[in-house]
Every structure is written in C-alpha cells, then in structure tokens.
Design a protein around this ligand. Sequence first.
Ligand SMILES: NC(=O)c1ccc[n+]([C@@H]2O[C@H](COP(=O)([O-])OP(=O)(O)OC[C@H]3O[C@@H](n4cnc5c(N)ncnc54)[C@H](O)[C@@H]3O)[C@@H](O)[C@H]2O)c1
Ligand SMILES: [Zn+2]
Ligand SMILES: [Zn+2]
Length: 392
Amino acid sequence: MHTNTNKWGALHNNETNHPKVIKCKAAVAWEPNKPLVIEEIEVAPPQANEVRIKVVATAVCHTDLHHLLESMSKDGFPVVLGHEAAGIVESVGSGVTEFQPGDKVIPLFISQCGECRFCKSPKTNQCEKGWAATGHDVMASSNYRLTCKGKKILQFAGTSTFSEYTVVNQMAVAKIDPTAPLDKVCLLGCGVCTGYGAAVNTAKVEPGSTCAVFGLGAVGLAAVMGCKAAGAKKIIAVDINPEKFEKAKVFGATDFVNPKDHSKPISQVLSEMTNGGVDFSLECVGNVGVMRSALESCVQGWGVSVIVGWTNLEDCSTRPIQLIAGRTWKGSVFGGFKGKYGVPQLVEAYLDKKVKVDEFITHNMTLDQVNDAIELMKQGKCIRTVLHVSPQ
Ligand SMILES: NC(=O)c1ccc[n+]([C@@H]2O[C@H](COP(=O)([O-])OP(=O)(O)OC[C@H]3O[C@@H](n4cnc5c(N)ncnc54)[C@H](O)[C@@H]3O)[C@@H](O)[C@H]2O)c1
Ligand SMILES: [Zn+2]
Ligand SMILES: [Zn+2]
C-alpha cells in the first residue's frame, strides 16, 4: 500500500484517501516529577468531529508544571502535556465543516460547543462539554488518540501540544488569521488571554482605578496589560522575584512591591500605598496564601479580587467580614473568553499592534529541549519559552 503526504504533511492512504495513523515525535510524561521523554508516538486519525493538527509552536505554561510537579496526580500519567500552542490543520474527521486542511488554528483547553446552556449564556466561557466536563483532573480521560509503546497516553487539558501532531475535538479549536505568526500567537492559547481577560472580562477593571497584580509570569504580566488597556491609573506589580519588575514596566505597571522587602502583611503595605486598598486585585500565582492577601488588599465597599492562579490542593480562606464589608471574590478560567470568538479577536488585536505578545517571549527552543524550558520556569528565569515544533 502506497502513502503520500499532502502539502500540509497529511498522510493519506492512496486507495481510500482516508487519513492514516501518524508516527511522530512527542514529549511523554511517564510519571510525576520525572523529566519528559522524547518518544515516537502514534497519533490516530481524527474521528467524527475531530481535527488533527500539526503543532507548529507551543509554549510552556505553569499549569503544565503544576500537573507534572505539584498536583500529586497519580491517575494523570502517562500524558503528553502542553496546551498553549498554534498549528495547522492536517486532516479532519467526518462531520467537520468549520475546518479544512491548511487552516491555521489555536487549540482551546476550554471548549466552545456552542450548544450547551453555558455556551448560550453570555455570562461564562465554561462550556459543559470537552475534557473539563469529565471532572477528572485536567485531561480527556475517555477517548485515547495517542499511544506510545503500546500504552494509551492521556491528553492534558484535552490538547497535548508537546507533540508534532495532536487530535482535538472541533469544539476545542479556534481558526485564526492565516497571516498570524504561529510562533508568537501560540501564547494566545493560554497565558496571554488568561491574564488579559481576567482583568478586562472578569474583574472588569475601570478607567482611573487602582489595581494590584500578584505574580508576574506571563499570566500576571498579561493581567497588567489588561489593567492598562482598561484605563487603570495605578498598577502595582507584586512578586517575590524582583527580576520580574523590569518586564512589568513594559506592560504598564507603575509601582513595584516585593513582599520579601516588608515585614508587615502585604495587604497592609498595599493599603497604605492606596489610601485603604486597591479597587481591583488579581492573583496570578496559584498559592492560597497569596489569594487571601490579594483579597484583603482590596478596598472595602467595592474591591474586587480575581483568582487566576491554578491550584486545587488546599482550601483558601478569609474572615467573613472581608466579604461582608463589600469585597467580591471571583475566579477566572481562560480570562473569561469564549475561545472561538475571543482567540481570533486577540490575534487580530495583536496584528493591529493593540496587544503585545512578542514581549512575553524570553526564550526560543526546540521540542527536544522541553525539559530545559520547564527548568527555566521552575527557577523563575523566563517569562515564556516557545518551543518550535514544526516549520510553519
Ligand atoms: N485560570 C486559568 O485559566 C489559568 C490559565 C493559565 C495559567 N494559570 C495559572 O496562573 C498561574 C501563573 O502562571 P504563569 O505561567 O504566569 O506562571 P509563572 O511561574 O511564570 O509565574 C508565577 C509568578 O509568581 C511569582 N510568585 C511566586 N510566589 C509568589 C508570592 N508568594 N507572591 C508574589 N509572587 C509570587 C513567581 O516569582 C512568578 O514570577 C499558575 O498558577 C498557572 O497554573 C491559570
Ligand atoms: Zn496555561
Ligand atoms: Zn458548550
């Protein structure tokens, strides 16, 4: 039997013209707290309503580290991590009309089926379909499309982008402007949309307001950018790593606080700087102690605090009087964006130079170097590392 590749790299069986299994390279996480291993995996053809994507570029987000190093998940392995990516549709399964081979796309870790009551409501982006609906940690648990050495491999957040190819349900794919540079806009697959949207959509930052952003990774820096775009007049950037402050200035931060420089609780420091507390705070760390500080840094009466950092290991708590006094505590996934609408819009905003993306990228590497990229983030030495997986 002969096979051919089309111009997007699709492997087709000549007699039936149906897509075949692809053997390709991926970084497999066989178990928690161990380096990823570059393996040859098999990627199944897309089934009904699925899209197989050639991953061009993927970045490393802290949520990948959380799953690998912090979540204590025993069931969540072996898995291919990675969820912040951009690529090109290689082939589509039956029933797919929205996409065709060659389309430039960004996989979505929050699906948008368009039909459920959440998709139909303008109040949320939390579709009830997709991996999130299974309630199992952060992956598609029922349908396996990836295998390695005869073992089924889980798909992290339903995406798995630390791989040359992946298969995603069409409800979890956004089509983007074909002129967009995929090795840049991959960051819109998670970190940049998450932080920016948390400020603009979830906190609903107001012009002239005072904001505090805790944690200055890509998510926090994008939140700073969102606060600035919304017209905040004072944006206090908080991080225990002072090397992050220079970057925060680029995105619009006006004041900088390192909790390690103070013996008082950080909420008191911010309260003194702002005559009683900030109007809006955003927690972009994933630490329940910081979540409490962020809430308690808000002014009574109307302060709004948004939890963006990702953790589900411990309770977060505060005294009820903090909320009785008029503060609001909220959370945000993917910045509240419905992916199929929000991602293409942000790609356009980037192409129109209305949002920054390039400035988040501190390192460029190949998929083979994924463990180095993870190490850089662990040590706080990068903002985003883009892994160049396949040529555009
Ligand atoms: N809600 C969502 O949809 C969503 C999406 C993406 C990421 N996340 C989460 O957002 C968080 C940030 O992700 P990232 O990729 O920017 O991570 P990152 O590791 O690049 O950045 C985290 C930053 O927090 C700082 N930090 C650590 N402890 C701190 C403390 N006590 N006080 C102040 N700053 C502190 C670190 O120095 C670092 O600069 C993670 O928890 C990630 O899992 C959530
Ligand atoms: Zn992420
Ligand atoms: Zn839905």
